[in-house]
Design a binder for this molecule. Sequence first.
Ligand code: HEC
Ligand code: HEC
Length: 154
Amino acid sequence: MHLKRSYLVPLSLLLAATLCSLSLPQEERAKNLKVLPKNISHEDLEKEMRSYNKALGVKCDFCHVRQTDNPKKLDFASDDKEEKETAREMLKMTMRINKKYFKSGKDEQGAPMMTITCYTCHNGQKEPASKPPASLAPPAPPTPPVTQEAPQQH
Ligand code: HEC
Ligand code: HEC
């Protein structure tokens, strides 16, 4: 009796997992996109989001709030974090700059090609620098070429 049961539990878990994974794609559809195309593929959305992480040197939780009932997970659709709204404005600005000043076209799939990206300004920083750091040292003078080897010391 004991033996049978210990098989049944993992089996039912496996079945549950299979059913869940079958219904995932629909649940994964983004439900609160206001700037990005609403029909963006899951893959492209993820690529876009990862590029934000790299451009600003942050993790996903910089823009996305944690779920109230499960703080280990993020509530991606929520707009409760100010940085997410800022990012939307930034995205609109970036698209406008590309269109207006760089006449960026579209690639073969019809996706806009970006000349200017988040990274162009942010360079891995949350807040782009508007001037070079004050501590930037002038370039060191070139070292004179070594013409003779120093005498060896014993
Ligand atoms: C710099 C801010 C920023 C970072 C960092 C960021 N996101 Fe986002 N994310 C956004 C914005 C802005 C939107 C909404 C875009 C829109 O409205 O078109 C969004 C939307 C989403 C959505 C769609 C949610 C829905 O249902 O509408 C998902 C999923 C998502 N992000 C996942 C991620 C993941 C995963 C990461 C980390 C790899 C991440 N994001 C990092 C700003 C960010
Ligand atoms: C033309 C330059 C430029 C581009 C392109 C740009 N940003 Fe920004 N971003 C800035 C500047 C400058 C600030 C700081 C604004 C301030 O201090 O008021 C900033 C601030 C931000 C902030 C707020 C950071 C904080 O500390 O709260 C977020 C989030 C952000 N940008 C996201 C993005 C994302 C995402 C993209 C690409 C879709 C992007 N930015 C593209 C110039 C740019």
